[in-house]
Design a protein. Sequence first.
Length: 312
Amino acid sequence: MIIKKKRIRNLMLNLPGIPRGKTLVFALPNLPDLAGAVAGAGFPTPCESGSSVLPSIRGPVSRFNAEGKFIVHRDQPKETVYRQREWHWVEWHGQDKVERSDIKDIPYQRYPRTFIPPPSVELGVATKTDGQSIIVADPITFSEQNDASCLHVINLYLELFGECHVLDQDLDAIIRVEVRRLNWHVLPPGVRPWGELAARLRDVIKRFDSDGNIAFRNNLDYINSFGPSFAAVGRAGFSGYVIFGFPQLNLYVCESVYKHNATYVFENDWQTLSQMTKAAILDHNLQKDRIIHMPGWHARVRALLDRQSEAA
């Protein structure tokens, strides 16, 4: 069964004849014919069996899949939150004019909001017994409990590729190998001055608005001042995330460009962390610490990382 639409809203109308309880795999065959869309979703060229990515953001469905969303509660009193602003001024030191700048946390009022975590559906490359490469999502049981998930995955395929193939037979013909998640690009190891690291992160920083740039640059600069051993840049659906590795402390700091997000701190080895899904990274139970972007952020980061010189 093939679905070719921009988006569907009614699952039953688009999956006629499929009984409840059936195991389904949503897929995309004929990858060479859709090479541009496949690359746009974040897959490398050529696609190797076992490759898995959190798809790049191409529209509202893939954005929700990668970033989640907020529900704004306009029926509740407003709350105080903070945004960062960069200030520039000139000081006169005798006859010398000195330019100064500083970043301040500016409070403002907004309605409370609840964060809906991203589904973080990853797509992977598998191989059929006839040798054909195929993009697949994880198998899912067609049940009422999974209706929302099925609808989301189908719409994700439609947004990314323009079509979704629904497989409900001969699923054993899909050969799956060990998954290799390709969500991070590790920069060459070694302690780097901020100027050099900023140049490597320029493409990440410039994609976002000026307020986000200021806060993101400031946070990255501050974390980098503690001398991480390496940095890794998120790709595809992880775009906008940077991880700094402090293996001497067994700490890995994940910083996000997205406003009202947080800095995530993990105790793990990089090999394990690099293979975690985004849902796992956002899972509070797996984090050593979660530092909200608000006044006091610098002090909490310093308390965690100031031991770097002692551990060296």
